[in-house]
Structure formats: structure tokens, C-alpha cells
Design a protein around this ligand. Structure first.
Ligand SMILES: *Cc1c(COP(=O)(O)O)cnc(C)c1O
Length: 375
């Protein structure tokens, strides 16, 4: 054991190199322990406003409606879906992994008819496929796509998507849970209308908040709804009165914001901007290349054609004991990596190099550990 625990309930210091959560810096953990304020205390509102301002920088957007939804990344997915879709609407969703599959399910639960555009797991969706789907379904209101498909490690290009989607009068909604803060993501330049992320991936904050941003087209679509949003908790028409003070009447209580999680996100975003977004994205690229060179030298192969930098999905070497190797990594080295999900269960490993975890030390450690265990 790397760190014999004093009590079985005292969490060990793991090195989190899986699909999330990622390692959390001490500064962020300390921020969590600051005194809890009231959710309408002017001091707290100033912290919240500054958190939203930093989120705009990290999303590279000017959207006033940018805030952290209470809940993990899935809450962000539900928030985007339930506010932009209502019964009778049509949507197109890209399905090439677990999270695209979930997005389709979530949007169907909003009462929408969802047309799937599919690619093999590990592949990305071609813009031509979206063009054909829009031709076949001209009443489509929204196109949903996962930018960083964490289940397969595939990196979906999005350049040029908005021009096509907007020309057909539809909205572009993007899952950026595993790309925000680790990969190039330009919400305004790329014309993204709605985007959601999570705190525990490349932002290196504990799980619990889901940053979202809605652009002017998405706002117009929400204003034009015929029916009430089918989730009370995630109804942006009410949430925006609290988070932005917009809609008249000033700040209005909706639900108690997760106060201390906001401190943590504020500190995590401060760290991102201190490093600089471009430098951080470049660090993720360099660490990915370092890991990839080491894994390929061991004869391991990447599954996706276009790999993410934040998540490395490799095929299991022939004859390797999937669970046994992962257990030894955890017990002997304190390293967590991810197993394959869905159809890739037992066939793949997923090594995350996210945020604070994307370092030379961790890359070289996991390579050494794998070399030792695999012999
Ligand atoms: C992790 C993840 C989610 C879900 O986030 P949770 O925080 O687990 O709710 C959604 N989409 C993608 C691409 C993810 O990687």
C-alpha cells in the first residue's frame, strides 16, 4: 500500500488519472473550508459574480447568461436539454459513445423527437452527416454534440458546424465536460449556442457544479417556448434571476446555491487564469504526446483516430488482466485509471491527464507503473 490509511474511512491520497474526478490542488481544497456565507450575502454574490466572469473567460464567451448549475455535468446536460426543448420539438444528436447516447435519452425525456447521427465508437461525426440529417429533418430545432467523448477518447472537431446549423435555423448545443480548461474551446468564435461542462475534469475542482453558457439564439428560443420548462430545479427563466439578477426584481431566492463549492470553483478558475488558458491547453497537448510516445513504445495502441489530450483511450494488451492491472495500479502506486465503458468494457483503459493531473511526474509515473506491472 502506498499510503496505509489511519482509518478505513480516511480517504487516501490517490493520483487520479481516470476519466474524472481529476486531482484537486491544495489551494482549491483550502478554499472549500472558508466560512459559509448566506446565499444572498453581498460578499457571496460578489464571489459568484466574479466566478461567472472567470467562466466567461474560460469558455471564451461574452454571454451574460453564464453560470454554474448546482449539480455535476449531467445536471448541465439536463439543464440545456430541458430549457431548449419541449414536447413536439425535433433534435439531432450525435451518438458515438456513452455521453452522446445519454444526450439522446435526456432529450427524449424532454418530449422531443430525437434523430441520432451515428459513428462507430472511437470515430468522430463528419459535418456531411449533419448536413444530410438536416436535409432529412428540416424542422430540427437543435443539434447536440459531445466535443470530448470521454468514453472513447475521441476529439470531435466543431469548426464550421455552427454556420451549417444556423443556416437551417437550428441551435448548436455542445457537451464540453472533458474539454473546458484542457482543450481549445471557443464558444463565441465557433457560434455555440448552449454549452455545459463540469468542475471535476480539466478544471481540477471537486465534482458538484456544472458551468453552463447560453447565447442570444438560445435565449430567444427559451423566450419563445409554448410550455413551461419541465424541470423546476433547472428552469433557467427562474435561475437567471438569481445568477444574473436579470429579468427584473433583482436577486431572487430560487434554491440555496452550493456556497462552498462556489469558493472552490472560484479558486480553480483563478488557477486556470494564472497559468493562462493557452499555456494550459498547450500543457495538456504536451503531456498527451509524452504519454502517447511512452504507451506506443510499449506496443499499446490508441483506439480513437483523433485522440483527446485530456483522455487517452487505449486497447488492452493481449492477455492482460483488466481488473487485476487496475487493482495493482491502485494498491501499489495509488494510481486510478479508468476501465472501458459500454461496448469497450474489458477491452480498453482510459488514462485521464486532466488539469492538475496533467504533469510530467504523473505521465512518467503511470508509464513506469504500467511497464512494471505488464512486465
Ligand atoms: C463526465 C462527463 C459527463 C457527466 O458528468 P458528471 O459530472 O459525471 O455528471 C458528461 N459528459 C461528458 C463528456 C463527461 O465526460
Amino acid at each position: 500500500m502506498d499510503h496505509p490509511p489511519a482509518s478505513p474511512y480516511l480517504p487516501a491520497e490517490r493520483i487520479l488519472l481516470g476519466p474524472g474526478p481529476s486531482p484537486v490542488p491544495q489551494r482549491v481544497l483550502r478554499a472549500l473550508a472558508a466560512p459559509t456565507l448566506g446565499h444572498l450575502d453581498p460578499q457571496y454574490l460578489a464571489i459568484m459574480d466574479h466566478t461567472c466572469a472567470m467562466l466567461r473567460e474560460v469558455f471564451r464567451t461574452k454571454n451574460p447568461l453564464t453560470f454554474p448549475v448546482s449539480g455535476t455535468g449531467m445536471a448541465g446536460m439536463e439543464c440545456v436539454a430541458v430549457n431548449l426543448l419541449e414536447p413536439g420539438d425535433e433534435a439531432i444528436v450525435c451518438v458515438n459513445g456513452v455521453f452522446g447516447t445519454r444526450m439522446k435519452d435526456v432529450m427524449e425525456r424532454c418530449g422531443a423527437t430525437v434523430h441520432a447521427v451515428e459513428a462507430a465508437w472511437g470515430d468522430v461525426i463528419a459535418l456531411e452527416q449533419i448536413r444530410a440529417a438536416l436535409d432529412a429533418h428540416p424542422h430540427t430545432k437543435l443539434v447536440g454534440v459531445v466535443h470530448a467523448e470521454t468514453s472513447t477518447g475521441a476529439h470531435q472537431p466543431l469548426e464550421g458546424w455552427a454556420e451549417l446549423v444556423h443556416a437551417r435555423g437550428a441551435l448548436l448545443a455542445v457537451d464540453a465536460v472533458t474539454s473546458l480548461g484542457g482543450h481549445e474551446l471557443r464558444v463565441d468564435d465557433w457560434g455555440i449556442d448552449a454549452v455545459y461542462s463540469g468542475t471535476q475534469k480539466c478544471l481540477s475542482c471537486p465534482p458538484g457544479l456544472s458551468p453552463v453558457s447560453f447565447g442570444p439564439r438560445a435565449l430567444a428560443a427559451m423566450d419563445a417556448r409554448k410550455s413551461k420548462v419541465r424541470s423546476w430545479y433547472l428552469d433557467v427563466s427562474m435561475l437567471r434571476k438569481y445568477y444574473t439578477g436579470g429579468g427584473g426584481g433583482g436577486r431572487v431566492y430560487h434554491h440555496t446555491a452550493p456556497i462552498n463549492m462556489t469558493y472552490a470553483l472560484h479558486e480553480a478558475l483563478t488557477i486556470v487564469l494564472e497559468e493562462g488558458l493557452d499555456a494550459r491547453i498547450e500543457r495538456h497537448a504536451q503531456m498527451h504526446r509524452r504519454l502517447r510516445a511512452g504507451l506506443e513504445a510499449m506496443g499499446l495502441r490508441y483506439i480513437p483516430q483523433r485522440s483527446l489530450h485530456s483522455l487517452n483511450c487505449i486497447g488492452l494488451p493481449a492477455g492482460a488482466d483488466d481488473a487485476g492491472v487496475r487493482r495493482r495500479l491502485l494498491e501499489e502506486y495509488g494510481i486510478e485509471i479508468g476501465a472501458g465503458l459500454g461496448p469497450m468494457a474489458g477491452k480498453a483503459w482510459r488514462i485521464g491527464l486532466m488539469g492538475h493531473g496533467s504533469t510530467v511526474r504523473n505521465v512518467d509515473l503511470v508509464l513506469t507503473a504500467l511497464r512494471t506491472i505488464l512486465g
